[in-house]
Design a protein around this ligand. Structure first.
Ligand code: C2O
Ligand code: CU
Ligand code: CU
Length: 503
C-alpha cells in the first residue's frame, strides 16, 4: 500500500469517527429534549391558595395586605427549596373583589431587592399598574388603589421589574385575583372556592438538588422550560372531588411553557371563560391551549368513583420541528389527577347564557397599529424605560395587528385592557379565542388582529406596557410602552422611575 493511501485511510477513519460522535451527540440531545411525565403517580393532595384576608375601611375601601418575602418550601420530602412568596413561602393568597368596589393593596417588600406587583388583566390607572415604573424598594411599601370596573374574571398578580421578571416569578411570586359581578353571582355555576371552584396555577419546574434550577438550555430560545409541572406549588397533585361539576380556573403562570390542556381520557368539557371573564355561552371542547399569562375557566363533569387526569398534550403549532422539540411542543405532562368520591353531590345544569362581552368588535376603531414581533424587540425596538412608543386617545377603540415575524413562538399581552381577537391569519378565531382576552398566543409567522378600547384615565407621563409574556423575551426587551391621553394632547416625558419607600 502506498504511503498516500495509508494516510488517506487514516484521515477518512478520523473524519468518520468524529462525524459519528457529533451525530450521535446531536441525536442524544435531540432525543433527550422532549419531556413526558405521563403516567406519574399522584401522591400529594393539591394545595389551594388561601383566600386573602381583607378589611373594609369606613369609606368602603376593601384593603388587602401583601408582603413579598423569602422563605423555603419542602416540595419534596426532606428537601428544603429556597423560595419567595406573598404572605407565605411560595405563591400568594387569592384576592377577591366585586365590580364597583374600591380596592387598596398595601404591598410590603421584605426581599433584598426591588420588585413590583402588577395586576395582570386589571383595568386601572397606569400609576397603580405595578409595571416597571412602580418599583418597590427593599424594605419599602406601595399602596395602589383603584375601583374595580370590569366583569367577573380570573385575573392574577405577579412582579414586573424590568429585566428580572422571569426570576421573580420563578421563585414563587404569583397569585390569583378573582373578580365577581352581580350577573355572575346569579349564575348556576360551581362557586365553592377550593371545593368545586378550583384555582389551578400551573408552573413548570426543574430541581437541582434541593434548589430550583432556572438555567436555560443552549438549544432553546424560548427561555426556561422545566421537566415537570406543579399546581398551586404541589408536585404530582391529586384533588378529591365531591361534586358532579368541577370548575377549574386554569392559569398558565409558567415563564415560557405553552400548554395544551385536555383530559387523559379525552373527555369533553365546557369552556366558560377566558382571560377577561365569562363567555356569552359555554363551548364544548376537548383541548384548551394556554400560553404564559393566559387563563381559562372550564367545567368538567365527573362520574362517581372515577379518576381522570388533567394532561398537557404535545402540539405541533409551535413552529418547525426544531421548535417543537426544543420549544416544548413535543412535551407532555400529567398535571393534576381528579378523584371523584363514590357519591357525588348533584350540580345544577350549566346555564345556557353566561356573561356579556364588553370588548369592542372593531367596527368603531379609530386607529390601526402594527406590532412586529421578534425576540430582539417589537417593531425593531428594544424596550426603553424613558421612551413612549405609542400614544392612544382616551375613550377610543383601536385595531392592533400583531405579527410574529420569525420562527420562535411568542405571545402578546396588553396592560389595562381586555381585547377581542378579530382574526387569526385572516380567519375567524377558534372558539377559545372568542372571549375577552388580555394575552394571546402568536405562533411563528402568524398574524392576529385585536380590537380594544382605552378607557383611561388619561396620564400622559405614566405608560402601560405591551409585551411578549414569555418572560425571558420580556426581560430581553420584547416590550413597549403606551400612554393614554385626552384627545388633542400628546405624550409627556416619562417620569423617572422612583422607588416607593414608605407611605
Ligand atoms: Cu402578566 Cu406585563 O404582565
Ligand atoms: Cu399585565
Ligand atoms: Cu416571545
Amino acid at each position: 500500500m502506498s504511503r498516500l493511501k495509508r494516510v488517506l485511510i487514516i484521515l477518512t477513519t478520523v473524519v468518520v469517527v468524529i462525524g459519528l460522535a457529533l451525530g450521535g451527540g446531536a441525536l442524544y440531545l435531540y432525543s433527550d429534549a422532549d419531556v413526558s411525565t405521563v403516567g406519574t403517580e399522584f401522591r400529594t393532595e393539591l394545595a389551594v391558595p388561601p383566600p386573602a384576608k381583607s378589611t373594609v375601611t369606613p369609606n368602603g375601601t376593601r384593603r388587602f395586605e401583601l408582603t413579598m418575602q423569602a422563605g423555603q418550601k419542602e416540595f419534596r420530602a426532606g428537601k428544603q427549596t429556597p423560595t419567595w412568596g406573598f404572605n407565605g413561602d411560595f405563591l400568594g393568597p387569592t384576592l377577591r373583589a366585586k365590580r364597583g368596589e374600591k380596592i387598596e393593596v398595601k404591598i410590603k417588600n421584605t426581599l433584598g431587592e426591588a420588585s413590583t406587583v402588577h395586576w395582570h388583566g386589571m383595568h386601572l390607572p397606569a400609576k397603580m399598574d405595578g409595571g416597571p415604573h412602580q418599583m418597590v424598594a427593599p424594605g419599602g411599601t406601595f399602596s395602589p388603589r383603584w375601583t374595580v370596573n370590569q366583569p367577573a374574571a380570573t385575573l392574577w398578580y405577579h412582579p414586573h421589574p424590568h429585566g428580572t421578571t422571569e426570576r421573580h416569578v420563578q421563585r414563587g411570586l404569583a397569585g390569583m385575583f378573582l373578580l365577581d359581578d352581580e350577573k355572575s353571582a346569579r349564575l348556576a355555576l360551581p362557586r365553592k372556592y377550593g371545593v368545586d371552584d378550583l384555582p389551578v396555577i400551573v408552573q413548570d419546574v426543574r430541581f437541582n438538588g434541593a434548589k430550583f434550577d432556572h438555567g436555560h438550555q443552549i438549544l432553546r430560545d424560548t427561555g426556561f422550560l422545566g421537566d415537570r409541572t406543579m399546581v398551586n406549588g404541589t408536585l404530582d397533585p391529586y384533588k378529591l372531588v365531591g361534586d358532579e361539576l368541577l370548575r377549574l380556573r386554569l392559569l398558565n403562570a409558567s415563564t415560557a411553557r405553552i400548554y395544551d390542556f385536555g383530559f387523559s381520557d379525552d373527555r369533553r368539557f365546557a369552556l366558560i371563560g377566558t382571560d377577561g371573564g365569562l363567555l356569552e355561552q359555554p363551548t364544548g371542547t376537548d383541548r384548551i391551549q394556554l400560553s404564559p399569562g393566559e387563563r381559562a375557566e372550564i367545567v368538567v363533569r365527573m362520574k362517581p368513583g372515577e379518576r381522570t387526569v388533567l394532561r398537557s398534550f404535545p402540539h405541533s403549532g409551535y413552529g418547525d420541528g426544531w421548535q417543537g422539540r426544543f420549544g416544548g411542543g413535543d412535551d407532555s405532562f400529567d398535571v393534576l389527577q381528579l378523584r371523584a368520591a363514590k357519591a357525588l353531590r348533584p350540580s345544577p345544569q350549566l346555564p345556557g347564557e353566561l356573561g356579556t362581552l364588553e370588548v369592542p368588535d372593531g367596527s368603531d376603531s379609530v386607529g390601526e397599529r402594527f406590532f412586529g414581533l421578534v425576540t430582539t424587540g417589537i417593531n425593531g425596538k428594544k424596550m426603553k424605560m424613558d421612551r413612549i412608543d405609542e400614544t392612544v386617545v382616551r375613550g377610543t377603540a383601536e385595531t392592533w395587528t400583531v405579527r410574529n415575524e420569525h420562527g420562535t413562538p411568542h405571545n402578546f399581552h396588553v396592560h389595562d385592557v381586555q381585547f377581542r381577537v378579530l382574526e387569526v391569519d385572516g380567519e375567524e378565531p377558534p372558539p377559545e379565542l372568542r372571549g375577552a382576552k388580555d394575552t394571546v398566543f402568536v405562533p411563528p409567522f402568524k398574524t392576529v388582529k385585536l380590537a380594544m378600547r382605552f378607557e383611561g384615565p388619561a396620564d400622559p407621563e405614566t405608560p402601560y406596557m405591551y409585551h411578549c409574556h414569555l418572560l425571558y423575551h420580556e426581560d430581553l426587551g420584547m416590550m413597549g410602552q403606551f400612554v393614554v391621553v385626552e384627545k388633542g394632547r400628546q405624550a409627556g416625558k416619562v417620569r423617572t422611575p422612583h422607588s416607593h419607600s414608605g407611605h
